[in-house]
Design a protein around this ligand. Structure first.
Ligand code: GLC
Ligand code: GLC
Length: 811
């Protein structure tokens, strides 16, 4: 295969930024703005969209998927300098620039470009504590002559519900409403009826014109790259009524040589109490909007807000800090893994450039796993999230598969019946307890299916999760798979023959025969963690009961779940093996090799070693570990969606990066630090930067998949940003490989490292105490030392009355 090495940018670790040096990346390379209510997605040409809490139900700006030119829309700025029209972020004008640079940082993105003696710097971010996006455009005249030019901003409003906005034109094209007051354009569609919220787009200087009607701004038959108003250097002062409401400001600027001007644009979201909606008949109450505008009206205010954001990230990222001497590992651990964990915590799989924000909400299993990597960052929000997730569980322990972020209600359209789901609740609660020691969460009254009056302590939810597996086992004593397990595409009870039927919801979600070895692995791992929780904070009898159940599943798995050289994947609805040497295709799957080995199944019999050797032999490629081999070449009705993908893509044989860390963690479980690190490194974004030309997605974050060897485009990644890989990769490198792991009793140090990582230090904030841990090799020394004194075992005893602990570990 052709292997052209080329980079589109570079890491600037001291600034915690990825610097993109060309607007023409293979795909839009994006970033996320916002960390709480107001969110924006922003590409390296300032494309993207904004929403408040929920990308489907509260979409603020419009975005068109699958469109050409790619990534049109978003934050659009134009400078008309004596007839040359250009955009500081390259798009939408697409006029070649004299220089261009985009920096994606922690919660902000900047652009700096020059054209014909004008330098423009655009800074976009969402302030820490307000529901708005700030876009500051600083323009400087670097020429020797006076410059007179015109600046235009533009964005397109979404009519709130992004699904409806894209399809219900017969209604939508009549409902758009706005108000314009000076430099502020208020978007108030549907405010006249049931919406108690509006948005505004403002600039902090007097304007020389505006447009709010898309057709007037663009002109007949024209597109965003060349609006008629911009070309004419004159806004039309249009007031939209229906059709396509937009917001565009026009500002004339005159700059002496060397002079610069700052323009602060603000896109804000406002909720108004129902009784205070109106200022006068038909005129919206602008008081809260004006207050919000007054907080970002000056450069000093914007600087302060930007500094506050930087401080926030500085503090967050100081909670786990590594110095290993390996630049790429340090960069991923200290910056990008944790950053991506924050994004997946916020978004689950709902809104990216590949997840439209109109389909999926917060996934039960996805959100539970996202928490694993996030727990140390903001434990209070993790706690709230766990309760939200547990609240969509049903009385019998099963769960809705997703909930809508705005309403926090289970999403009935997507249904349930994925039998792995309940156990993930144990996984994240256990991680929360190990991180914080806050057992009060177990007493938190938590409803079932959000039904008032049904509240039971969270501990009871965990019990029902575990019981769900115990009560739903198949002929081999292995857990029944239901609609699917972690692998959404292993639909063993679906039997769909009609095109278009959703594998996720079609057919019965249950079946009395099809079993999952993967869920067996989960049950052993998380059943034991649940037993530990019971032992520590609850009933010893319950702990003993569950340990017995775990032993049964473990035995079943060592028997019916073992294929001789690796773990079987499942049994289908006919009781035939899936993922066995007996099969023609799909002989070996990654998931049970990782999970069952992590769970210690067959440990005494050497199953883990054998399974991982088989992984190496059949599944490892240049960029990671493939999900299965050989790929399915035809559709199998008894297997479902997995066999619907062409070989090498997605669940049919891609590197589905999410489960690569499981293999790496499994390798540490059997003490193989070299293999663990090798697997970690292969799919790790920073290590793939040199092959960006092949990989194509952002080199600072994981993508959901990288096409496998059987694919036409081997090595090409897809679906960047929203993947459980973020959390698992961080757990893998920080806890399993580097070995700094929270336990119920304290922080444990138990590295399993390759030779190249045998001298490093970690600072870790844990339960309010700062731990300085040094791991090294020294002849004649081994094990853990705390404040210079040897300690038996791996756990640093919880200190009392100290704010800092120093420990060394000798390998
Ligand atoms: C997607 C889903 C996740 C699932 C995975 C494998 O990433 O969000 O829940 O486990 O695919 O099918
Ligand atoms: C498809 C995808 C899978 C994803 C699921 C979510 O099955 O292949 O990755 O998890 O859709 O609905």
């Amino acid at each position: 295969m052709r292997r052209k090495l080329m980079k589109y940018g570079y890491f600037d670790d001291s600034a915690r930024e990825y610097v993109i040096s060309t607007p023409e990346t293979p795909l839009p390379w994006i970033n996320y703005l916002g960390s709480n209510g107001f969110f924006g997605l922003i590409s390296n040409t300032a494309g993207g969209y904004c929403f408040y809490r929920d990308a489907k139900l509260r979409r603020i700006t419009r975005y068109r998927y699958n469109n050409v030119p790619v990534d049109e829309g978003g934050r659009m700025f134009y400078i008309n300098d004596a007839g040359t029209v250009w955009s500081p972020a390259f798009r939408p004008a697409r006029t070649p620039l004299d220089s261009y640079e985009c920096r994606h940082g922690m919660g902000y993105t900047t652009f700096e470009s020059t054209k014909n003696g004008i330098r423009a710097k655009l800074t976009c971010f969402v302030p820490k504590s307000d529901a708005c996006e700030i876009e500051r455009l600083v323009i400087k005249n670097e020429s020797n002559a006076k410059k007179e030019f015109t600046v235009f901003s533009a964005l397109e409003w979404c009519l709130w519900n992004a699904v409806d906005d894209a399809q219900n034109y017969q209604r939508n094209l009549s409902i758009g409403e706005l108000e314009v007051v000076g430099g502020t354009i208020y978007h108030k569609t549907e405010y006249r009826e049931r919406r108690n919220h509006y948005a505004f787009y403002n600039v902090n200087v007097p304007v020389d014109g505006f447009d709010t009607d898309r057709d007037c701004f663009l002109g007949a038959g024209r597109a965003w790259n060349d609006p008629a108003a911009v070309a004419a250097g004159k806004a039309t002062d249009s007031l939209a009524s229906g059709w396509y409401p937009i917001a565009s400001h026009m500002i004339k600027v005159t700059l002496a040589p060397g002079e610069e001007k700052s323009l602060i644009f603000q896109l804000g979201y406002i909720e108004v109490p129902r009784e205070e909606k109106w200022e006068s008949k038909g005129v919206i109450n602008k008081k809260p909007a004006k207050e919000l505008m007054s907080r970002y009206a000056t450069d000093a205010q914007v600087d302060a807000a930007f500094a506050e954001l930087a401080k926030y990230w500085e503090e967050l990222l100081s909670k786990y800090h590594l110095e290993s001497g390996n630049e790429k590992v340090d960069r991923m651990v200290n910056i990008w893994h944790q950053y991506q964990c924050m994004v997946t915590f916020n978004m689950s799989r709902s809104a990216s450039y590949w997840e439209t924000g109109t389909g999926r909400g917060m996934g039960f299993r996805d959100s539970c796993q996202d928490l694993l990597g996030f727990m140390h960052l903001i434990p209070e929000r993790a706690r709230e999230r766990i309760i939200d997730i547990a609240s969509i569980q049903f009385e019998n322990g099963s769960t809705y598969h997703q909930y809508q972020p705005l309403t926090k209600r289970g999403n009935a359209d997507i249904g349930g019946g994925f039998n792995d789901d309940p156990l993930w609740l144990v996984a994240c609660t256990s991680a929360y307890l190990r991180e914080t020691g806050d057992a009060t969460i177990l007493d938190h009254p938590t409803p079932f299916n959000n039904v008032e009056g049904s509240e039971k302590p969270l501990m009871e939810h965990l019990r029902r999760s575990v019981n769900f597996t115990i009560n739903n086992k198949g002929p081999h004593g292995l857990p029944l798979i239901g609609r699917a397990d972690w692998n959404d595409c292993l639909n063993l009870n679906c039997f769909s023959e009609e095109p278009g039927e959703s594998f996720q919801t079609f057919g019965p979600s249950e079946g009395p025969v099809a079993e999952s070895v993967f869920i067996a692995g989960m049950f052993v791992k998380y059943g034991l963690e649940y037993a530990d929780i019971c032992e520590h904070y609850g009933s010893k009898d319950e702990a003993a009961r569950v340990r017995e159940e775990v032993a049964k599943v473990k035995a079943a798995c060592e028997d019916a779940g073992w294929d001789g050289e690796w773990f079987v994947r499942a049994y289908d609805a006919y009781g035939h093996k899936v993922g066995s040497n007996e099969c023609e295709e799909g002989k070996i799957f990654i998931e049970p090799q990782g999970f069952c080995t992590m769970a210690g199944i067959g440990q005494e019999k050497g199953y883990g070693r054998k399974a991982l050797d088989s992984v190496k032999k059949y599944l490892v490629n240049d960029y990671g570990v493939e999900i299965l081999a050989p790929c399915y070449t035809t559709y199998h009705v008894e297997l479902g969606e997995i066999s619907s993908y062409p070989p090498g893509y997605k669940e049919n044989g891609a590197i589905f990066t999410h489960n690569n860390p499981w293999v790496s963690i499994a390798a540490t479980k059997i003490g193989d630090g070299e293999m663990a690190f090798d697997i970690y490194r292969r799919s790790c974004p920073a290590f793939l930067e040199d092959v960006s030309e092949i990989h194509r997605t952002e080199p600072y974050v994981y993508s959901q998949m990288i096409a496998g060897r059987a694919a036409v485009h081997y090595g090409e990644a897809k679906n960047s940003f929203l993947t459980g890989t973020a959390a698992w990769a961080f757990v893998d490198i920080s806890q399993a490989i580097l070995g700094i792991t929270p336990t119920l009793d304290g922080l444990s140090v138990n590295p399993c490292v390759p030779a190249e990582l045998s001298n490093y230090s970690v600072t870790r904030l844990y339960r309010g105490v700062k731990y300085n841990i040094k791991v090294k090799k020294e002849a004649g020394k081994s094990g853990l030392f705390v404040e210079g004194a040897a300690v038996s075992g791996n756990v640093i005893p919880l200190p009392t009355g100290k704010s800092e602990v120093n420990a060394e570990y000798y390998i």
